[in-house]
Design a protein around this ligand. Structure first.
Ligand code: DGY
Length: 319
């Protein structure tokens, strides 16, 4: 008998197809609430559940799931929406989808970086309103990307992939990470164990660390003040790393030349004051949003479920 699993969100077609081939899968046509997921899990005696980041599996939610549930697999690399200790206490595996979204998330960081430096949003607005007037040699100037020093906070897989791309643009890499990387991964980048010590070197700063209690509001007024004047700030990690009021102050004071943001403290209801700054290039948390990567994330979540239901420790177990 095929195991009952839930995909309580609108899964990509290929993922839905694989899920129905391998499991007795319930696939929703919209993102279900936690209460709906709990009800369905009881009704269908679900053994595995794939979730997406908006579906927060808190201690309270986990406590209400039936004993049939053996694994919750988030289709994301981030797992700040999952209570690992509570799941462990109930013996429910939690897994994420590392690796498969590294490249696309790093690509999006570069998209934001280049658009922020080169005034992509303003150029687009000019073209959309018809252009019709040439610019002098001193108007609408961005800042040069090549040769700049890029600081990367969080040098895990995604941070390293951003560094690899930035090297292709002739950028110098400095990074801050809990641990120094071995030389073959560091590839000549300069290590800082302390963010505050690194910030004055970052003409461009990219956040690539997970959203945890330790990284909450790591970018506050004092941290923005340590950046060089005219710095560019990029975030594809989590909105929780940034005190957005401090970011707004850094934009207002023109301490920052520009910013590129894919993630926000409140999603999807992001702080609309950010869009008033035309030098802020904004995307709606789309780092992994390519057909290939969303399929790969779904497949990886299903692999984890398959492994857990065979009695194995899933490859991406978070505990
Ligand atoms: C991730 O996978 O964590 C992405 O940020 C999507 O939430």
């Amino acid at each position: 008998m095929r195991a009952s699993i839930l995909l309580p969100y609108r899964a990509p077609e290929n993922v839905a197809k694989l899920a129905t081939e391998r499991f007795d899968a319930f696939i929703a046509d919209r993102e279900l609430t936690i209460d709906e997921i709990i009800t369905l899990a009881h009704e269908r005696k679900a053994r595995g559940i794939v979730v997406v980041p908006k579906q927060r599996m808190s201690n309270e939610a986990l406590a209400q799931l039936p004993d049939s549930v053996k694994i919750i697999a988030t289709s994301s690399v981030g797992f700040d929406h999952l209570d690992i200790e509570a799941a462990k206490a109930r013996g429910i595996f939690l897994t994420n989808t590392p690796d498969v979204l590294t490249e696309c998330t790093a690509d999006l960081a570069m998209l934001l970086l280049i658009n922020a430096c080169r005034r992509g949003r303003e150029y687009l607005q000019i073209m959309e309103s018809g252009w019709r007037r040439t610019f002098s040699q001193s108007e609408m100037l961005g800042i040069k990307v090549s040769g700049k020093t890029l600081g990367i906070y969080g040098m895990g897989r995604i941070g390293q992939a951003v560094a690899d791309r930035a090297r292709g643009f002739g950028m110098k890499i400095v990074y801050c990470n809990r641990k120094r990387l071995p030389p073959e991964l560091e590839k000549g980048a300069t290590y800082f164990s302390d963010l505050n010590a690194m910030l004055p070197h970052c003409q461009i700063l990219s956040l690539n660390a997970p959203g945890t209690a330790a990284t909450k509001h790591i970018m506050h007024d004092g941290a923005f003040a340590l950046l060089p004047d005219n710095a560019v700030f990029i975030n594809v990690a989590r909105g929780s790393l940034v005190d957005e009021e401090a970011l707004i102050r850094a934009l207002q004071s023109k301490k920052l030349f520009a910013a590129g943001l894919d993630v926000f403290e409140n999603e999807p209801d992001y702080n609309l004051r950010l869009k008033e700054f035309h030098n802020v290039f904004l995307t709606p948390h789309m780092g992994s949003a390519t057909q290939e990567t969303r399929d790969a994330m779904g497949y990886r979540a299903l692999e984890n479920i398959e492994q857990a239901l065979k009695g194995q420790r899933p490859q991406d177990s978070l505990w």
